[in-house]
Design a protein around this ligand. Structure first.
Ligand code: CA
Length: 655
């Protein structure tokens, strides 16, 4: 208690210092929603927010790179920190930059944060008539149904990097590494297994979560072989140029991304956008910081940039103009690009109020929107924990789910300790952590919270608040993690462990999440963090699908069972507490539970799910009744009411 008080005391001092130094907090706020460009064929109006600028100007160019500006126009000061200029001509397709006069010198040329189109590498914005970027039939484009009542737990999310999907020589895809690569249907690897979009359809997932595709910094768009995941944003409201067939033409990347969305939609798949509002690629020289020095970022008491992202800075969603920016940005992606959901990177940096404003506003225009994020940060932040969208505060978020690291590491072992194993790799001490994930991290009478790996208390009040997963783009992919932490296991045994891990994810309450290629044992060759490691590590080798077809088909069958049976997708913590009952007095290493399907409208009246995390077969007694097998991995067998659960295996029975 004393320690807590001492801690609070220091926190107060820090916060007081921070507030005292933040002279930018009192800048007048602009409430209009027309920052950036308002285009018509007759005129274009440009507005930027730069509250301390003494003057501002816009430079027009004929080309996106090189050459000199053919016209510079001074902007006019308007109310609330806004600078504006209306050009009474059709300036369509012209490129432009802004400069502001601060401290007696003109700033570098920048794109304003609200720009919607740009040329190569995002150096110059472009005036674009967005109507010209719409593919044929765009007005009729509709997101496919994935849930009768818009329950987030009905989603099955599949995380994919656009370039990884098609760049491998054996993808059978023509437009390798591009947005358009994911619009090709009927593509196959050399053995005839479907790849790319056709594979996604066949697998049966509902949502494709695409790694960042806003304009990011780390790839030079003139160099086709460069690689990055893209967690380093430059232009939040513009698609990345390296995924376009022509980064110089601002219209082309927009059009090609819309084609991707439309094609996915017409093939039954929804698109989730990975967004990284928590930091910007540049810090002192970012467009935000040039327009409004020190305003958009949290700073430490000593005046340096705070860095909860571990990428050089952290944005301040608790400041009015960044909150406004985030809100208008996500709204724009939903309205203009028909995006179906967002994954918020390092969401723990953002404040709860902003996240709830975003969730409430988005649900008004798209009730089926899927929202989730990382409920943590990568470093300390001056904003108090109680105000931030952290995992521990998940129940305060309005339908924005958090990733369960308890489940992730419970299944396979800590991502920070290469040797550590999890329940699926035989570490039976992790049983309670996995059970905690199975009930979607909520309040359940049979969970002993003291034994859960990280969280010692429930943190969700609804299963819609939890994303369950075994792996994602970060850290070792599951197949590599198993191999690295269990070197002595045979390949046959490692396959069983991998399948068990995914069986747990796909049968648990909450929303399941897969990372691309793990359904067929994708490897990244033991590389832990492959964000800039190029195609040789990251490309999806589609021949692995044929090699590991049994695992692919097993995971596909689990997705099918999940989507057909609402008992795996309960919609309230009460349902789970009442209708998911763990079996007691089981042999070590076994998790088994019964779902009361009848109580939640499932045609399977009772469902029995059993996992054996141990590596040896275990025999146990099923609850009374006549059970039929729905899914059996490996050599498990049933005789009367006795089930022999093979080592590292999963079974589903029903009545
Ligand atoms: Ca870029």
């Amino acid at each position: 208690m004393l320690q807590q008080n001492v801690f609070l005391f220091f926190l107060l001092i820090n916060v007081t210092n921070l507030v005292a130094q933040d002279h930018t907090a009192k800048y007048s706020v602009y409430k209009g929603n027309d920052l950036g460009l308002t285009y018509t064929p007759k005129q274009s109006t440009f507005k930027i927010w730069s509250p301390t600028a003494v003057a501002a100007r816009i430079n027009f160019y004929k080309t996106d790179l090189g050459g000199v500006s053919d016209r510079t126009v001074q902007m006019e000061k308007a109310a609330n920190g806004v600078w504006t200029i209306t050009i009474p001509q059709n300036v369509k397709d012209q490129y432009y930059t802004f400069q502001v006069l601060l401290n007696n010198s003109w700033s570098a040329e920048i794109i304003d944060p609200y720009a919607k189109a740009c040329g190569t590498n995002g150096f110059r914005a472009q005036v674009v008539d967005l109507k010209e970027t719409n593919p044929i039939g765009w007005d009729q484009d509709q997101s496919p149904n994935f849930s009768a009542k818009n329950h987030q737990t009905d989603a099955v999310i599949y995380e994919l990097h656009i370039r990884d999907a098609s760049i491998h020589a054996n993808s059978g895809i023509k437009n390798k590494g591009k947005f358009s690569g994911l619009t090709e249907l009927g593509t196959k690897n050399s053995s005839g297994s479907s790849t790319g979009l056709s594979h996604l359809k066949e697998l049966g997932v509902t949502h494709i979560h695409l790694l960042p595709f806003y304009d990011y910094n780390s790839v030079d768009e003139t160099k086709p072989n460069q690689y990055n995941w893209g967690y380093d944003p430059v232009n939040y409201n513009i698609p990345e140029g390296s995924y376009s067939s022509n980064p110089a033409d601002g219209k082309q990347r927009i059009k090609e991304l819309k084609e991707l969305v439309k094609t996915m939609h017409s093939n039954g798949l929804r698109i989730i956008m990975d967004v990284v509002y928590n930091h910007t690629a540049l810090t002192a020289n970012s467009n935000f910081n040039i327009l409004a020095p020190d305003y958009y970022y949290r700073k430490r008491a000593d005046g340096t940039f705070s860095d909860a992202s571990a990428c050089g800075n952290e944005t301040a969603s608790d400041k009015a103009m960044f909150q406004k920016f985030m809100l208008e940005s996500v709204l724009y992606w939903v309205k203009e690009y028909h995006i179906d959901g967002f994954r918020f990177d390092l969401m723990g940096i953002h404040d709860i109020e902003t996240m709830n404003l975003i969730a409430d506003t988005l649900r008004k225009i798209k009730p089926s929107i899927v929202l989730y994020g990382e409920g943590w940060t990568a470093g300390g932040s001056p904003l108090p924990d109680a105000k931030r969208a952290l995992k521990a505060n998940a129940s305060l978020l309005n339908g924005i789910a958090v990733f369960s690291d308890d489940m992730r590491d419970g299944i396979k072992g800590s991502v920070f300790n290469i040797d550590d194993r999890g329940f699926a790799t035989g570490k039976i001490e992790n049983t309670e952590s996995v059970k905690f994930g199975i009930v979607a991290a909520g309040k359940h009478p049979q969970i002993n919270y003291a034994k859960v790996n990280y969280s010692k208390a429930p943190y969700t009040s609804t299963p819609a608040s939890l994303i369950n997963y075994a792996d994602c783009h970060d850290n070792n992919i599951l197949w590599d993690k198993i191999a690295l932490s269990y070197k002595e296991a045979s390949e046959t045994d490692r396959i069983k462990m991998h399948q068990l891990a995914y069986a747990i994810v796909l049968t648990s309450q909450g929303t399941p999440f897969l990372t691309a290629g793990s359904e067929f044992l994708r490897t990244k060759f033991g590389v832990e963090n492959s964000f800039d490691k190029g195609d040789s590590i990251n490309a999806i080798n589609w021949n692995l699908k044929t090699k590991n077809l049994a695992t692919n088909q097993y995971i596909q069958s689990l997705i099918k069972i999940r989507r057909a049976h609402p008992a795996f997708r309960m919609t309230s913590a009460n349902q789970i507490a009442n209708h998911l009952v763990f079996q007691n007095n089981l042999p070590e290493g076994i998790i088994a539970y019964t779902l009361n399907g009848a109580a939640v409208g499932d045609k399977w009246k009772k469902i029995w799910v059993g996992f054996n995390g141990a590596q040896t077969p275990k025999t146990l007694t099923l609850p009374a009744g006549n059970w039929k097998a729905a899914s059996i991995s490996h050599m498990s067998s049933i005789e009367g009411n006795q089930i022999k659960l093979d080592g590292s295996s999963a079974v589903i029975f029903y009545q």
